[in-house]
Design a protein around this ligand. Structure first.
Ligand code: DGL
Length: 270
């Protein structure tokens, strides 16, 4: 009955937490590729190879459906995986679309032509490779017209979070917000386009000011997954146990995860 949740490291825990709260009866298997994080500075082939390896491992744990709780993998690898790699009886879904649907006031599966939406100026904060992929702008263009997007590649933030250096992460977030505001002084909304960033959401909000609506993915992905599983109940795979797997140092990763989620989390070696 399990569903797989994948991230390059700890960021996907923000999504895991939200989906586990929303669907307490579904076992989730989390896979953090901490050994190879950050993905945000890797090229697309590298991200594809690492992501497919992780997804195969989650299939081995009985997770027929895997959520890429990683924007970098969703942006750089998902389309290629869906086009030629994923077998008929398995599914891999990304985290971009639920976010863009929320921003453009759409319900799931609304494929009507792009239209004007309330928000006109959007700040996108993401990893360098997500920004370089322009996947966000592409998905947005399918749904909305007249939205000006300014993207800020937030180099270094994921490394600081993975290292548990929250003081450095705080300073880097503020400097990236500052850089963004020099390009777009008054964004109407900000997108946290990396699943690590909700761990710094208060800092983003503080630096952006109270008038900027900050969209982050965890609850949006949880709602969208609950809806998907209702429509496709067979996609809950045969796995029965929740577990946390990491390619990194299981003791260190467990400590950081426990600190972030404020509950005991024990990782096993992937
Ligand atoms: N948390 C991931 C994302 O959403 C990955 C960040 C990284 O590994 O650079 O993009």
């Amino acid at each position: 009955m399990a569903v797989g949740i994948f991230d390059s490291g700890l960021g996907g825990l923000t999504v895991l937490d939200a989906v586990a709260q929303k669907m307490p009866d579904v076992p989730f298997v989390y896979y953090g590729d901490n050994l190879h994080a950050p993905y945000g500075v890797r090229d697309a082939d590298d991200v594809y190879n690492l992501t497919t390896r992780a997804v195969e491992r989650l299939w081995e744990e009985g997770c027929d459906l895997v959520i890429l709780a990683c924007n970098t993998a969703s942006a750089a690898a998902l389309r290629r995986m869906q086009e030629s790699w994923i077998p008929e009886n398995k599914r891999v879904l990304g985290v971009f679309v639920p976010l863009i649907e929320a921003l453009t006031e759409r319900h799931w599966g609304d494929n009507s032509p792009p239209r004007e939406v309330a928000v006109k100026h959007v700040a996108l904060f993401a990893t360098p490779s997500t920004v370089a992929s322009r996947a966000f702008q592409r998905e947005l263009a399918f749904r909305a017209i007249g939205v000006d997007v300014e993207a800020q590649a937030c180099g270094g933030v994921v490394d600081a979070i993975e290292d548990g250096d929250m003081i450095l992460a705080d300073a880097m977030v503020r400097s990236h917000v500052d850089a963004l505001q020099r390009k777009m002084p008054n964004p109407g909304a900000a997108i946290l386009g990396c699943t690590h960033y909700p761990l710094m959401q208060d800092i983003f909000q503080d630096a952006l000011g109270p008038d900027v609506k900050v969209f982050s993915q965890a609850t949006l992905v949880a709602d969208s997954l609950a809806d998907y599983l209702q429509r496709h109940p067979k996609m809950i795979g045969p796995g029965e146990d929740s577990m946390f797997l990491t390619t990194g140092n299981a003791v260190k990763v467990s400590q950081r995860a426990t600190q972030f989620l404020r509950r005991k989390v024990v990782f096993e070696q992937a």
